[in-house]
Each structure stands twice: as structure tokens, then as C-alpha cells.
Design a protein around this ligand. Structure first.
Ligand SMILES: NC(=O)c1ccc[n+]([C@@H]2O[C@H](COP(=O)([O-])OP(=O)(O)OC[C@H]3O[C@@H](n4cnc5c(N)ncnc54)[C@H](O)[C@@H]3O)[C@@H](O)[C@H]2O)c1
Length: 332
């Protein structure tokens, strides 16, 4: 049985669907602070799913899961994810991401569960020294969110050395899109990610989207990012899980498309894919945005046999349809 922490959230729920489709029995553990009960109920209709509402910050909540179920491996998504919030309230981020993860790891070692797939991020690299970023790029996270993820990766090294807990750390770039059957999608409140925010502006009264900074050293002056589809990411988790079970070794992998898109390009693609009219307002740069973040994912291709099957247009299309249905639900 697989335990998915944060399975009521965006990436966790897509990954749960992927595992359900392959016949796995799953326990979802989530405090529903940022996840959604509607998502849990949808997953329960798809297969053999157990749901425990609990908080990783309470050791007894997570301990009881290992007592109740025979867990073989853990996919660990649960955590806070917003860079700006992590800067204004770092204590919350360290408590939730670090203490929560330590409680999980302690429960795992106490119950002799020694396989973990962890949601890491390209934010651990900080300001790029070279592009594209490979896994050996120096790690110098520039905000508390990225620091929590890098600290957890270091904790995982120590838990491997001392207790033989093997982990795969998946370092995602910018995750986009929704389930192709629109059963789940990106549902963050507040939303800080680019594509859902452009899409949200379609449903606002003044239909205006703000672009921050047009003077970066890039083709059109706006920031360039690497957008990876969420269903492709879910598939990477299953391949990573299989790799871990087969090789019993710890490792890390970048997950991106290796293709960059500028904010202006994304904005124009959203307009053309959706056929919607959206106004744009250009504002000053925000602090802390690197000009270009681009993945070198050749290691995941080679060792996990992972490849991206969705185009950016596919991702934008499903994200749009999901946003539309979510907007409809919110208004009814
Ligand atoms: N979305 C991205 O673009 C992106 C990029 C890189 C890395 N990540 C990482 O991927 C993971 C999932 O991201 P997401 O976008 O699905 O976020 P999300 O907020 O949609 O999902 C996280 C889930 O964890 C749950 N959670 C948080 N703290 C918890 C706690 N203490 N106990 C129990 N449940 C808790 C939330 O309720 C939520 O359902 C995160 O760890 C994030 O840092 C996301």
C-alpha cells in the first residue's frame, strides 16, 4: 500500500490518479488546509482509496497511519508552497515543512518503511550559475521555501546514511495543466502561479493581467521558465517509485521539459489557445525572480525512462477548462 501525503492537493491528486490507474491501493493523508475534500471524494470514486484527515505537525496523526495500514512506500507532497508567504512568515514554513517531514520520517523509520519519493523543487538551486540547470548545479536557495526543501534533501541524506531510508527527490520546474478528464487541477488559494493567474484574469471584471518586469536579459525582456505538465509529472512519480523499489538507492532528478517560454509568450499562447481577450499591464520587476530557469532533465530521461508527452498548448487547454469548471462551481 502506498501512502500519499498531500494527496488532496494539486500534484498529489494527479499522482494518486496515475497510481490508481495502475491498480495500487492508496492511503491519502492530508489536513485539507490547502487541499480539497471534493478532490478526495473524486479519488474515492476511482479506486481503492483510504483517506485520513491529519496534520503532519502532529506526530500522533501520522503515527496512527502506519499503525493502521501496511505501508510499503511514501510519496511525500504535503507542505507549504508559496515563496512570498515563506519570506513574510518563515516560522510557519520551517514548522510545517521541516517539522512535518521529520515527524513523517520518524514514523517511517519506527515502522521500518524505508522508501520515499519526495517533492523537491528547482528553487533549491537559487540564482542560476549556468543554464540549463542539471542536478549537480550548486544549491543556494534564496528564500525560506527553497531552503526548507534543500534542508529536507540534506536530512534525507542523513536518514539514508544512518537508517537506510532510501529516497528519490524529484526537483520540479514550473508545473502546469490539469487532469485530461478534468477530475482535478490546480486549485490554490491564493494562486501565485503564472498560468492559472492569467486564466483567472479572464473571469475578472476588468480582464487585466499584470506582467512584472520587461527588462530582463531575455529575448523579449520577460522571465523565461520551464513548464512541465502535471500528468507527465505524475507519471514521473510512478517511474521514480518503480526505480526506487527496483534499485533500493537514493537519487535526485530534475523534472522539466528543457524548453523555455517567456512570460509574454505564455500570455500570448493563453490568449490564442482560449480565444479569450485579456488586457496586459506592464509593471516593475519583483524582487527575487531569476531571468531564466530551465531544466536539464536528461538524467530522468536516461534512468527513469521519463519523457514529456503533453505540449504546452495541451497544458494550457486543460488548465483553462479546469479553471472554467472551477469558476462555475464557485458561483453555483
Ligand atoms: N506546484 C508547483 O509548481 C510545485 C513546484 C515545485 C515543487 N512543488 C512541491 O510539490 C508539492 C505539492 O505541491 P502542490 O502544488 O500540489 O501544492 P498543494 O498545496 O496543492 O498540495 C499540498 C497539500 O499538502 C497538504 N498539507 C500541507 N501541509 C500539511 C500538513 N502539515 N499535514 C498534512 N497535509 C498538509 C495541503 O492541504 C495540500 O493538500 C509541494 O511539496 C511543493 O512544494 C510544487
Amino acid at each position: 500500500m502506498i501512502l500519499i501525503t498531500g494527496g488532496a492537493g494539486y500534484i498529489g491528486s494527479h499522482t494518486a490518479i496515475n497510481f490508481i490507474n495502475s491498480g495500487y491501493e492508496i492511503v491519502i493523508f492530508d489536513n485539507l488546509e490547502n487541499g480539497h475534500i471534493e478532490t478526495v471524494n473524486m479519488l474515492k470514486n476511482l479506486g481503492n482509496i483510504h483517506f485520513i484527515k491529519g496534520d503532519l505537525k502532529n506526530k500522533t496523526d501520522i503515527e496512527s497511519v502506519f499503525k493502521q495500514y501496511n505501508i510499503d512506500a511514501v510519496l511525500h507532497f504535503a507542505g507549504y508552497i508559496e515563496v512570498a508567504q515563506s519570506v513574510s512568515n518563515p516560522a510557519n514554513y520551517y514548522h510545517n515543512n521541516i517539522t512535518g517531514t521529520l515527524n513523517l520520517l520518524d514514523s517511517m523509520t519506527e515502522n521500518r518503511v524505508n522508501k520515499l519519493v519526495f517533492s523537491s523543487t528547482c528553487a533549491i538551486y537559487g540564482e542560476p550559475k549556468y543554464i540549463p540547470l542539471d542536478e549537480n548545479h550548486p544549491k543556494n536557495p534564496i528564500n525560506p521555501y527553497g531552503k526548507t526543501k534543500y534542508m529536507i534533501e540534506q536530512i534525507l541524506d542523513d536518514f539514508d546514511n544512518a537508517y537506510g531510508l532510501k529516497s528519490i527527490r524529484l526537483r520540479y520546474f514550473n508545473v502546469v495543466g490539469a487532469d485530461s478528464q478534468l477530475r482535478t487541477g490546480e486549485w490554490h488559494e491564493p494562486e501565485t502561479h503564472l498560468i492559472p493567474n492569467i486564466l483567472k484574469s479572464i473571469f475578472d471584471k476588468n480582464r487585466t493581467f499584470n506582467i512584472y518586469g520587461t527588462d530582463y536579459d531575455t529575448v523579449d525582456g520577460t522571465c523565461i521558465r520551464d513548464y512541465v505538465n502535471v500528468e507527465d509529472l505524475a507519471q514521473a512519480h510512478r517511474l521514480a517509485y518503480l526505480y526506487l523499489m527496483e534499485n533500493n538507492t537514493s537519487d535526485c532528478f530534475n523534472l522539466g521539459t528543457e524548453k523555455g517560454s517567456s512570460v509574454k509568450e505564455i500570455f500570448n499562447t493563453v490568449k490564442s489557445v482560449t480565444g479569450e481577450e485579456i488586457n496586459v499591464k506592464y509593471l516593475e520587476r519583483r524582487a527575487g525572480d531569476a531571468a531564466i530557469l530551465l531544466a536539464n532533465s536528461s538524467k530522468a530521461k536516461k534512468l527513469l525512462n521519463w519523457s514529456c508527452t503533453h505540449s504546452l498548448n495541451d497544458s494550457i487547454k486543460t488548465a483553462y477548462l479546469w479553471e472554467k469548471s472551477k469558476n462555475f462551481l464557485n458561483k453555483n
